[in-house]
Design a protein. Sequence first.
Length: 50
Amino acid sequence: MAVVNPANRAMALRAALQRHGFAGGEPEAAVLAERKALIGWLLASYSPRA
């Protein structure tokens, strides 16, 4: 994701998630810009609920 044009990161992330069987929302641009925020969003969105 680091080499993807920042304007296309959301599209690239959505495509990568769909390729691996994850459908869902798209994070805000601010989340995509910061690695820790993106990891937090992925965990909150896709980690199994206990």
